[in-house]
Design a protein around this ligand. Structure first.
Ligand code: MLT
Length: 405
């Protein structure tokens, strides 16, 4: 008799972006003459920058030579990449992070889903609402979330922190104390940010209550305002309460290459003095054989002078799209937010349409794909997300089509 992990059976429906892909594919089959513009999933469209391409070519050539060939990568990551990240992403910003506190991986999505494994099965999680669905779903798989209420679409054992217009889409400190707090800034999906002093309050709260913050900084490259922190380790005391997730997908266009990192300071310890770092190293060693050498060399190239300059241009390209979407929709009468420190624009659906009604309406009438806000959680209902990761030409066309509806 086949016995399945019952927790997986509790997961409602299919994964948000798979549902969208299926709907769009059906629409496309029924309307082969229509040009569909995809501003749904946050997938990049610009080619990898020349510094990265050149590093990839050189690394491939090394693989062809017996003297420089590489087999298994070190499971925690190559020293050259850990050092480049520690210096450029952290120490240059005044964050006290050592090379060996950085664990290289194949992306922030898998790390954000896997990190919960090293915490107790009865840990209580707190999430922003709306939220990147992976945080909640991975905890459902781990059996931590209680029962699902199909009417309110919430899990009984999850603390939801609503992020709505009246709190500037920023969560408030929860009344009930969680064990694990997921924060993502710049936020996916709302595009909202919090200042360094606001983030400091979360760090102080976590330290006071013995909670761990899992801080997703995948979109930090899009920050344009000075008082918005790029890393949680800019806050005092974060070394004893925070894990940070980093991604090369959005700041360097690696969605297809796959590269990310998880940062766990040695000071993050249980009350008995056990380092969380040790457990993640043990987990990585057992379940993971390391990101490919070729891809890690491509990651290192992002930190060269030319790589940095080229990536800055790439981010500016997408931010020009973000500003076109933001202003175009605002001028067309939509209520919009995000798009300033973030490649995501969050808009209120018109005429009180539900998020999915607006999805169908936009696909049908403007042939534009976006992401329904309710797919990210109950507080996302009546909202909708558009991504700035399209080409500029398609972005302009999409916004003009929406404005004309
Ligand atoms: C999104 O569209 O929310 C992201 O691209 C999904 C991801 O990064 O996995």
């Amino acid at each position: 008799m086949i016995k399945l992990n019952e927790n997986y059976l509790k997961l409602p429906g299919s994964y948000l972006f798979s549902t969208i892909a299926k709907k769009v594919s059906e629409f496309s089959q029924n309307n082969p003459d229509k040009k569909i513009i995809r501003l749904g999933i946050g997938d990049v469209t610009q080619p990898l920058c020349p510094a990265v391409i050149s590093a990839l070519h050189s690394a491939v050539d090394e693989m062809a030579n017996a003297d420089t060939f590489k087999g298994y990568a070190p499971d925690l990551g190559y020293e050259f990449l850990r050092k480049a990240m520690a210096e450029n992403d952290f120490r240059s910003r005044g964050c006290d992070i050592a090379d060996d506190e950085i664990f290289i991986s194949d992306g922030a999505k898998s790390d954000s889903a896997n990190i919960q494994e090293i915490f107790s099965a009865d840990s209580k999680i707190a999430v922003c609402d709306p939220v990147y669905p992976v945080y909640v779903d991975s905890n459902v798989m781990a059996g931590r979330t209680g029962d699902y209420d199909t009417t309110s679409e919430v899990w009984s054992n999850v603390i939801y922190m609503p992020c709505l217009a009246d709190n500037n889409f920023a969560p408030e400190l929860p009344k009930e104390t969680p064990d694990l707090i997921y924060l993502c800034f710049p936020n996916n999906p709302t595009g909202a940010t919090i200042t360094k002093s606001e983030l400091q309050k979360w760090v102080d709260y976590a330290n006071k209550n013995g909670a761990v913050i899992i801080y997703d900084a995948a979109y930090e490259a899009y920050i344009s305002e000075d008082d918005v922190p790029h890393s949680i380790y800019e806050c005092e005391g974060a070394r004893t309460c925070a894990i940070e997730l980093r991604s090369f997908s959005k700041n360097a266009g690696f969605t297809g290459l796959r590269l990310g990192a998880t940062i766990i300071p040695h000071d993050l310890k249980t009350k008995d003095g056990v380092e969380v770092h040790k457990l993640w190293a043990r987990r990585h060693g057992t379940k993971y054989n390391g990101a490919p050498y070729i891809v890690q060399k491509a990651g290192e190239a992002c930190y060269s002078a030319e790589g940095k300059a080229q990536l800055k241009e790439q981010v500016a390209y997408y931010m020009k799209n973000a500003s076109y979407i933001y202003n175009g929709l605002k001028n067309a009468g939509y209520t919009v937010s995000g798009g300033v420190n973030s490649p995501y624009i969050w808009l209120r659906t018109p005429d009180n349409m539900t998020s999915w009604e607006f999805f169908d309406y936009l696909l049908d009438k403007a042939n534009v794909v976006g992401t329904p806000g309710s797919g990210f959680g109950p507080s996302g209902e009546h909202y909708f997300r558009l991504t700035a990761f399209g080409t500029y030409e398609n972005t302009v066309e999409a916004v003009d089509r929406i404005a004309k509806l």
